[in-house]
Write a protein that binds this ligand. Sequence first.
Ligand SMILES: [Fe+2]
Ligand SMILES: [Fe+2]
Length: 297
Amino acid sequence: MPSTTPPPRIHDDLVLEPRDVQFDWSSLPLHWIPDEPFATHTINVLHLLLPEGERWFVRVFSDALPMITDDRLREEVLGFIGQEAIHAEAHQEVLDHLLGQGLDPRPYIRQIGWLFHRVLGDKPGLTGRRRRENIIERVAFVAAIEHFTAFLGNWALNSPGLDRAQADPTMLDLLRWHGAEEVEHRSVAYDLLVHLDPGYLRRMRGMLVSGPLLVHLWVRGVRFLLAADPELRGRIRPTWREAQVQARRGLLPDPKAMARSAARYFKPGYHPTQEGSSSQALGYLATSPAARAAATH
Ligand SMILES: [Fe+2]
Ligand SMILES: [Fe+2]
């Protein structure tokens, strides 16, 4: 049952500003971490998942808006919706570029679209209490996924291995701008969930569904990209061992650190502000070429 007790407000001064960034992908190499196709495509899975996934976040949060009784939280949710809508379109442009390079992402995207529209989408037949329950359940999934996007965003902001490997600077800016906004708004989905249902069971269910689903989609995505890459033609097969090797080199997030981070979501005293640094995120956004250009036009 929803609580009448207001949730703790940790982000009282949070003003989420959608930054209308633009990126030019015309010179992006297929393997934008030079000679590192496995790491490139493991990160590229973000471009496969996020356009559909973040448009789904926007729909879920738009459905939840009329249920919010806290004006400040409503403002944060509106800011979150604005940021996620821009994130989705920024990653969509990378997908369009991949298609132009001969890597057709559409078979995978069709599956992701089916998942987010048919399985996790709005159920038009539901009304009243059942509709409210369905929306809160989906908010719980978003809150758990946002734990991972904040983890990945924090990693992107602290990934000098990508600079050492001379990864494409425009892609690095995309990952770090997006990562910084994920860290910046990391509390919103969780605070919305607690506002609608502070129960521990719902939060746990959100992670128990979203965590394994995300890992499954990621593994499938890496396999798909490596097989569809016109230069590789399936010569590289992904393994967990290789993922760990690349993580040690700083080219990928450490899967074990990600699992430990997911486990922290189960702690009774958990709050997203315990992960990542808002000041580091805002510091990056103050210097990001794309965010700075967005601020001036
Ligand atoms: Fe995002
Ligand atoms: Fe997000």
